[in-house]
Design a protein around this ligand. Structure first.
Ligand code: FES
Length: 125
């Protein structure tokens, strides 16, 4: 890698990296699971296991399952974010394993947000 010699080069590198990340995320379906301490205590690992099983059951291969840390709403754990490529990022709260077939079937497969479980939403840019 080329050695950076000034602040402008660093800023250009940062911009390039941000653009690459944005492009990469734009083309991906993702399910992001909060695996902070409170998420794990609330059962996040069981939710991850069910997500992986349900994707396998449905032969869905174009969804990346991502574990992240604290999402910031302890009382709503287990929290998962579902992102269909190019669409809003939708946060579901108080998710338990039996909710997963519904969330994957409705949101990932059919593109219909499971409104009664939504606790937050980030508009796609
Ligand atoms: S510590 Fe609970 S959501 Fe961050």
């Amino acid at each position: 890698m080329k050695k950076l010699t000034n602040k402008d080069e660093l800023q250009a590198l940062r911009q390039q990296a941000q653009q690459e990340i944005a492009e990469r995320n734009q083309n991906k379906n993702r399910i992001i699971v909060g695996m902070g301490t409170c998420g794990i205590a609330a059962g996040a690992q069981d939710v991850v296991n069910e997500i992986l099983k349900e994707l396998q059951r449905r032969h869905i291969t174009n969804v990346e399952v991502v574990r992240t840390g604290c999402i910031g709403m302890c009382e709503r754990e287990v929290l998962i974010d579902v992102v269909r490529a190019g669409e809003d990022r939708v946060t579901y709260g108080q998710v338990v394993p039996r909710d997963i077939p519904r969330i994957i079937g409705e949101h990932i497969v059919n593109g219909r947000i499971v409104e009664d479980m939504v606790v937050g939403r980030l508009t796609a840019v």
